[in-house]
Every structure is written in structure tokens, then in C-alpha cells.
Design a protein around this ligand. Sequence first.
Ligand SMILES: C[S@@+](CC[C@H](N)C(=O)[O-])C[C@H]1O[C@@H](n2cnc3c(N)ncnc32)[C@H](O)[C@@H]1O
Length: 342
Amino acid sequence: MEPAVSNKCLKTSEAEEEQLNCGLLHCAHLVLPWLTSLELATISLSCKSLNATSKSITLRRTLDASRSLEKIPIPFHNSIDDRLYAFFIYTPTVIISNQHFQRQCWGSISDPQSVHDESESINLVDNWVDGVFGCDCENCGDFELQCPCLSFDGLEDVASECGPRCSCGLECENRLTQRGISVRLKILRDEKKGWGLYADELIQEGAFICEYAGELLTTEEARRRQKIYDARAKGGRFASSLLVVREHLPSGNACLRMNIDATWIGNVARFINHSCDGGNLVTRLVRGTGVMLPRLCFYASQSISKEEELTFSYGDIRLKHEGLKCFCGSSCCLGTLPSENT
Ligand SMILES: C[S@@+](CC[C@H](N)C(=O)[O-])C[C@H]1O[C@@H](n2cnc3c(N)ncnc32)[C@H](O)[C@@H]1O
């Protein structure tokens, strides 16, 4: 009789163990997508099942840098080294700097809706100007009817769109940049420049590519971070993405300054590398009617073929003596990347 009793005990404990493993695996699927790449790599060493879960999360991360926050997935490809993807928090548009927003679910097998729900809690910049009302056109795209939001002031680097108080919806023809990325892109690794953004289809001249999204910083905070980034860049293997946008009046005086840092929180524009010849992109400040801050948007300055890298000029000024080496490869390359005092 005795062996039968112990067999029964054994069966119960095996069943319990299986149940425990199932529970652990379920927890792992919920928790691991919230980890950074380093944390994920560390935990994957602990046991076989966590290793397998980490691998499937990593694979899903490489397939879409935008975590389904854009309409079209934007994959990573790397044939240079062992980095499978770049880790950062994704935001499709500019957000107010938020020290508390440090984690985002990425690579989960569950519905990507979880990222959408969570992104709604991101502090988006939605700054309305009091007393400004929007248009009430039936069709803003009808050129004859002249939507008042389509003001043309003759400046090529400024554009206007319908805003939050207009009666039209997101499908309005005059809200192109608000609908997000609609061209196929991919992120490739280069031996000298690190990650870069590439066309994954033929892109027509003038097409909207993406906004430069990131954390909106005060000038004081931008200066503090730039010092840290400069020190880290000297050690190699660190790329920062802090952009200072200055809008100038026709007199030449600056009237607006925005500091956008996409180093930790941003979108795929953070992968656009510099080219001394100006590259194939132009930037334009896009203002929505009744919205205080414009958004910096990239457009194709020429037709861009599939597999071509998307680049623009970071500027003309080179103030830092030990500037980073430039590998843009253009015939007019100046040898170092532009650098200004933030
Ligand atoms: C906005 S990020 C671009 C994405 C970056 N390559 C990465 O791996 O994340 C800017 C950084 O990319 C690198 N970079 C951009 N353009 C470059 C170029 N023409 N030559 C060398 N490095 C470049 C520099 O490290 C620069 O600080």
C-alpha cells in the first residue's frame, strides 16, 4: 500500500509544479514586455522558459519600433553587430517632459491596444490659444471654398493645418501630418553612423515623412542634458537626439525656441542621420489653427528610392573643437558633425 500513497503524493506535487510554472510563465508574459533591453537580457539568463519568452519579446520588438502606435510597422534590421533594436519610449508626437514616464509595454503578445491605452496617459502637448476658433468648412480640401486654416504666408518652411476647434475630423485633407506616418520606413544599422532611417518604398517628392517627436524641454534642462550627452558621446556607442528649433521673424530675430529631446522618448525621427549636402529631407513648422506650439515635420525634398537613407542637415555651425566625426559620405562632407551651444 505504501508505494501507492507516495505515487499519489508525487503526482499531486508534479501537478502543482506544472500549475506553478504555468502561473510564472503567465506573469513573465505580463511583466517582461515592460523591461528595458538590458533587464530583458539579464532575466533571459535565469532559466529556459524565461529565455524563450525574452526571445519572442525581442523578436516582436525588432518587427516594429513604433509598438503599433503608427499605422505601418517600422522594423529594425542589423547585419553589422549584435544589437537587435534600439531601446527608447515611443511617442508619435511631442510630449511635455515627464520624469515619471519611464516604462512602456513593448513586445507583448497581447493586443497592442495596451500600448495605445497607456500612451493616452502620456502628457501630450495640446496647447490651445484662448479665443481662437476653428473653421466650419464642409470640405477643407476644396480649393475654391478656401478654408481659413489654409493661410498662405509665402514662407516655404511654415505650413498650417486645421486644429482641435475646427469642425472637421482627422480625415480632413488639411490634417495630413496629424494622421501620422504613411510611408514605408525601416531602421538599418550602419557600422559608422549607428542606426539610420531608410525608405522601404519609393517616396514621392514633397511627401510628408514624420514629425520630430520627443520631450519638450526648457532651455535650462536642454543645456543640462546636452552637457551629459556630450560627455557620454566621447566614450563612443552613445547617440543623443536633442534638437533645438528656432523660428525666425523676417527681420532675422528669433521669435520662438523649442528644445525637443528624442534621446529617451521619441519617434523614428530620432534615427535620421546628418548629411553635409542637406540630404533628401526638408523641415517645415506646421501650425494647427488655435494651437500655440508648431510641430517640426519632415518632408521629402526629392523623390527617394527604396533602400535610400533619409537624411537632413543638422546645421552649418561647428563650434565644438572636438566635434564628432561625420561619415555622411557626401562629396561636400566637412568631416565633423555640426555642433552649437545649446
Ligand atoms: C539623431 S541621432 C541619429 C541616430 C543615431 N545614428 C543612432 O544610432 O541612434 C544623432 C547621432 O547619430 C550619429 N550620426 C548622425 N549623423 C551622422 C553622420 N553623418 N556621421 C556620423 N555619425 C552620425 C551621431 O552619433 C549623432 O550624435
